[in-house]
Design a protein around this ligand. Sequence first.
Ligand SMILES: [Zn+2]
Length: 167
Amino acid sequence: MNDGISDSIEFTEDGPEGASIWLSSHAIAAMIEAATKAGRCETGGILIGRYGAEGWSADVVEATPKPKGSGSGWFWFRRSKTGLASLLESRWQAGLYYVGEWHSHPGGVPVPSRDDVRAMRRIAGDQSYHCPSPVLMILAGRPRTGWSVSSTLFRRGHEVRLEAGRK
Ligand SMILES: [Zn+2]
């Protein structure tokens, strides 16, 4: 998918266990806005949403901008935890949870780097996130050429790449 992503996206995986992740148009717009503002530097934040009742499914309703104290360069992004606990606390009251991470690859491809994979495994094993199977979404591209989003689920230490379709 490319130029002018404005509709929501449904990501699915058809393996024996299956998985589906719905990404709201609101969250996509927030990611594009943050990435546009960040220019040639990477940026990112966390994904907030709710889990479905059957199989592995999640609805991502919100993609936050980078917390204060985050660091970034052309090829790296390190999200700080500043304000995260209180933000998640307020979302819990609305039945929303931490689902995973997102960041941009300006002018790059939406493929997780080795460092990205390492960071996601660390989060999966970090009790404070209460998220043993976190999702990583990568927004790649630039304002002029358009954007694409990938979705990877880290399920029990395995990377599961989901396919994007519109819904
Ligand atoms: Zn990355």
